[in-house]
Write a protein that binds this ligand. Structure first.
Ligand SMILES: [Zn+2]
Length: 233
């Protein structure tokens, strides 16, 4: 049943012009606004209580049921907030490097196939960009570049044993850095030499700190793989 209303002589303090006849002669509009506000408040309180109790599970359920929709929403958000997200990720990575490394590792173990496929695909589509990034990195890190290049070559030759520790790799890197330093300081090109060559005819040396030394480049070139043949003769 609709309550009877009348138009009062003066509007209410908020300027409304309609009152209920029954009860307290309340302003219709003020009453409606009051109820709405109260309802809204109660609704929010109820919602908060509900979320505190079942929110996480409900969200997870919803996400499972609406995986596609969730994905689409996330894609849109990611596309719109690229910079923001990458800044956040970078900050988090800097704050917790170990956690990040661990996360990367587990992700890789879990999704190895997809990651490799994606990487391959991305690499094919961004050849120039990769070359440019590599070039810049090499310019900024000549020592590391050389160490990595040699390590790669050594690995190819199966000369880097799996039992090398991180400390060993650091020592190897330090030797390459030393060669660079000596080159800079003496003005004569210095290189890292494998005392027992990686690819001798009779014996293959290992790419381990104990088998490395810094020598002037001339010596390194001249020696080639000769000396081990003499040793083994
Ligand atoms: Zn009113």
């Amino acid at each position: 049943m609709k309550a009877a209303t009348y138009v009062p002589e003066k509007p209410c303090k908020r300027g409304h012009l309609l009152r209920y006849v029954a009860g307290t002669h309340m302003c219709v509009e003020c009453n409606r606004l009051h109820n709405a506000a109260q309802n809204r408040e109660q609704k929010i309180i109820r919602m908060r209580e509900w979320y505190a109790k079942k929110g996480a599970a409900a969200r997870r359920n919803w996400r499972l049921k609406n995986a596609e929709r969730e994905k689409a929403t996330r894609r849109i958000y990611q596309a719109k907030n690229k910079n923001k997200i990458s800044t956040q990720v970078r900050a988090r990575r800097l704050r917790k490097p170990e956690t990040f490394r661990q996360y990367k590792k587990t992700q890789y173990a879990k999704h190895r196939e997809q990651i490799l496929a994606k990487r391959k695909e991305w690499g094919a589509a961004n050849k120039e960009r990769i070359a440019e990034l590599n070039r810049r990195w090499r310019l900024a890190n000549p020592d590391r570049d050389r160490a990595l290049g040699n390590r790669k070559r050594a690995r190819k030759l199966h000369a880097t044993p799996p039992w090398l520790t991180d400390a060993d790799h650091d020592r190897i890197f330090a030797i390459y850095a030393e060669a660079q330093k000596m080159t800079r300081e003496s003005g004569v090109e210095h290189q890292v030499d494998h005392i027992v060559p990686l690819q001798g005819r009779n014996v293959c040396g290992l790419h381990i700190p104990e088998n490395l030394r810094v020598v002037p480049a001339v010596v390194n070139f001249k020696k080639n793989n000769q000396f081990i043949e003499e040793l083994c003769a």
